[in-house]
Design a protein around this ligand. Structure first.
Ligand code: NAG
Ligand code: NAG
Length: 438
């Protein structure tokens, strides 16, 4: 009883402070701590800020348990559902009235779900009224769809609030259940949580972790680019469960089913294609450093290692082989014999890799000669531009002022291939190491 009174008191007090919440009361049932989904993932949560978001506030002593967590009356409801095809489910979702986390919430959403093969379910949640960025699926273009099991054996949609329940097969255990927390879909904040059937969680993105099996004690990892600010993260909960958060795009999930980890990997590769098998020699010892200074020093290094029978397969040259660190050039004084260097290594069964940095200098070459790779790229509009779509974006990298190849532009790809072929004819080598695109 006293809890109720305090809650009401806080509510009325808060009512004076904010109009957003004057009609919204979060429904905060008692849920297992491990199933709480953080409604304040950034720092600085307080009771007041939590209530502004229409979330539940309940401080705990246990470390990592979110104090501000989602109520059950946030999220979306199913407005209508279409099941004309046995392998496809479509639904229209409407947002329930509730405060938004960061603003720009999207009221209407579409869900498209499809059983693509017996072992592959795809579902996508997006804004049907406005295109948002989607990662181009250049390698997933030819989906070899061959469903033979109706989608309703695998996927069930709950209406109010909207949730997805995924089973491997009819009447089998649930493997992915998003009813645990509301879907959030705002312009710059998307979130989906799912309860999972076990703590055996592996993979899920590029990040550093101490063991293959993930720690589900409230650990948060980036999904992409472990050395940069993440644009998507996931948190593993003790439930066990996982919460995905991202700051843009759409939610596009593929779920692969298999009896063994190998089978699941097989299903994944069926979709994305198989990896290139690396050349056997590329697995050998490799030697690289910046600033050998000249080719004689490189050769002395190679000779020294040969003399002690070090079984190393690959020698590199870093960008000091270039003329003024310009791509597709070499220093005609200090590295004059670079064109023959690969032959020199090949004689003893070794290989040569050269390093390129994609940024392209805007300056002229030695003796005021034209720097043709830059001139040809400019003629092809191969560079990343400013927001006007025309003016090349200028930056500063190793050779000084540079522009940046826009590899999403087919003109740029044609330019790059052409430059690379030209340079390969000049300086024979076995592979490239393309270093950071600053
Ligand atoms: C699944 O859909 C099929 C038609 O595609 C229908 O015959 C069947 O009754 C549905 N099963 C369930 C459990 O809804
Ligand atoms: C190469 O560099 C080394 C170290 O700086 C120097 O001692 C040597 O004279 C240079 N050799 C040539 C041929 O320039």
């Amino acid at each position: 009883m006293s809890t109720f009174v305090i809650t009401m008191y806080v509510y009325f007090f808060f009512n004076l402070l904010s109009e957003i919440t004057d009609t919204f009361v979060p429904t905060c049932p008692s849920i297992p701590l491990g199933e709480r989904v953080d409604c304040f993932p950034e720092s600085g949560a307080s009771e007041e800020k939590c209530q502004e978001r229409g979330c539940c506030w309940s401080p705990r002593d246990e470390s990592n348990v979110p104090w501000c967590f989602f109520p059950t009356n946030h999220g979306y409801t199913v407005e209508s559902q279409e099941t004309s095809d046995a392998y496809v489910m479509k639904a229209k979702l409407t947002r329930m009235e509730s405060p938004s986390l960061f603003g720009g919430h999207i009221k209407e959403l579409a869900l498209d779900a499809e059983m693509q093969t017996n072992n592959r379910l795809r579902f996508k949640i997006y804004d049907p009224n406005k295109n948002r960025f989607e990662v181009p699926h250049e390698y997933v273009s030819s989906l070899n769809n061959n469903p033979s099991s109706p989608i309703n054996n695998t996927l069930q949609i709950t209406q109010k609030p909207f949730g997805l329940i995924v089973r491997r097969k009819e009447n089998q255990n649930v493997v992915f259940d998003t009813r645990m927390a509301p879907l959030v879909f705002e312009d710059q904040y998307l979130q989906l949580s799912a309860k999972l059937p076990s703590h055996n969680i592996y993979g899920l993105g590029e990040h550093v972790h101490r063991q293959y099996r993930h720690d589900t004690n409230w650990k948060t990892w980036p999904i992409f680019t472990r050395d940069a600010f993440p644009n998507g993260v996931k948190t593993a909960h003790p439930a066990p469960a996982v919460t995905y958060r991202t700051i843009g795009g759409v939610l596009d999930f593929y779920i692969f089913f298999g009896d063994t980890p190998e089978q699941v990997v097989y299903e994944f590769l069926e979709l994305i294609g198989r990896p290139v098998i690396p050349a056997y020699w590329s697995l050998g010892f490799q030697l690289s450093r910046w600033n050998y200074g000249n080719l004689s020093t490189v050769k002395e290094t190679v000779e020294r290692n040969r003399a002690v029978d070090l079984p190393y397969d690959i020698q590199y040259t870093d960008i000091d082989y270039m003329e003024d660190k310009k791509d597709f050039t070499y220093d005609k004084v200090n590295f004059a014999e670079l064109p023959q260097f690969a032959d020199y290594l090949h004689e003893k069964g070794q290989r040569y890799i050269l390093i390129l940095d994609p940024a392209i200098a805007t300056s002229k070459r030695v003796g005021n000669a034209p720097y043709e790779p830059y001139d040809r790229g400019t003629a092809k509009n191969a560079w990343v531009t400013e927001s006007d779509g025309k003016t090349p974006l200028v930056g500063e990298v190793w050779p000084g002022e540079t522009v940046f190849p826009d590899y999403t532009n087919p003109n740029c790809i044609a330019w790059w291939v052409d430059e690379y072929e030209r340079f390969y004819k000049e300086v024979k080598h076995d592979a490239l190491w393309i270093v950071s695109q600053f």
